[in-house]
Design a protein around this ligand. Structure first.
Ligand SMILES: [Zn+2]
Length: 281
């Protein structure tokens, strides 16, 4: 899991090729099954990883009244689930690989199997340590439910959003083209509660730390025609290279857009946000 965290740090997602030969202590290790959604290495007593595809019709359900639910695999023999039950019995952490595009995954770990709902043919998963020891994982109290929803937001939706944005923008800042994933954020255009955490690429921008902060502080605006604007007062200032090259020279620059048209920023959202920049400026 440490090696996986390292591999994910740059762009927020990993490829199937990386997962097929992840370097762990100098040795390549397989962290994903070659065909099925559940990877049960023969050398391990329990499941190591599961694939969860948010776009698949049946794969998993995140019901509002419970923890995360992972559907039994269809069309495979029951044996494939044995080691997931073993993970529950032995309280061993597993890795959940959330599909964000074909062959692209955002890993979530450690995840724990805390329930087996045989009636609904679903495993119940706790997405972090704090949700492992609930009294009744199949029926949460109102408080537990609220907490579980926040965990899903932090552990699932936020990393997924980052992974999708970094993939769409090829891990580079949309303003200055900086290509260091560790210095990049997945910034929201509209911070409205409903959409904020959902992995909607068109409500996001890949921005380096400085341009993200400048955008949030209305020192940098982005008009709906995808042009960068720098605050007028800031343009008058004189200071070192960060101000000059990092900010002032970005004025009127064209945004670096995702190559896939449907992943480009929503112009209505940009316009709404840009009105705030105009008012502040
Ligand atoms: Zn930048």
């Amino acid at each position: 899991m440490h090696a996986l965290a390292e591999a994910t740090a740059e762009s927020g997602f990993v490829t199937r090729a990386q997962l097929s030969a992840l370097e762990v202590a100098g040795m390549p290790r397989r962290v994903i099954d070659q065909g099925r959604g559940i990877w049960n290495p023969t050398t391990m007593s329990a499941t190591l990883s599961i694939i969860s595809d948010p776009l698949s019709e049946y794969d998993d359900i995140q019901e509002s009244d419970s923890l995360f639910r992972y559907a039994y695999q269809r069309g495979t023999d029951a044996g494939v689930h044995k080691k997931l039950r073993k993970a529950q019995e032995l309280e061993l952490p597993i890795i959940m690989l959330r599909t964000i595009a074909p062959g692209r995954y955002v890993p979530v770990f450690p995840v724990y199997v805390v329930g087996d709902d045989q009636a609904k043919r679903q495993f119940v998963l706790a997405l972090d340590e704090s949700l492992r020891f609930l009294r009744d994982p199949l029926h949460l109290s109102a408080d537990e439910r609220r907490y579980a929803e926040r965990v899903v937001q932090q552990r699932l939706h936020q990393p997924e959003f980052r992974g999708r944005i970094m993939r769409a923008y090829d891990t580079q800042c949309a303003v200055c083209r900086l290509k260091h994933g560790r210095l990049l954020d997945a910034a929201h255009i509209t911070e409205d509660g409903d959409d904020a955490g959902l992995p909607i690429v068109t409500n996001g921008l890949s921005l380096c730390k400085i341009h993200h902060a400048a955008y949030d502080a209305n020192l940098l605006g982005i008009s709906p025609d995808y042009v960068v604007h720098i605050d007028r007062d800031l343009l008058e200032e004189r200071d070192g290279p960060m101000l000059k090259h990092g900010l002032q020279e970005m004025d009127k620059a064209r945004l670096q857009l995702p190559t896939r048209r449907r992943e480009r920023p929503d112009r209505d959202r940009l316009a709404q946000r840009f009105a705030g920049f105009g008012a502040a400026g």
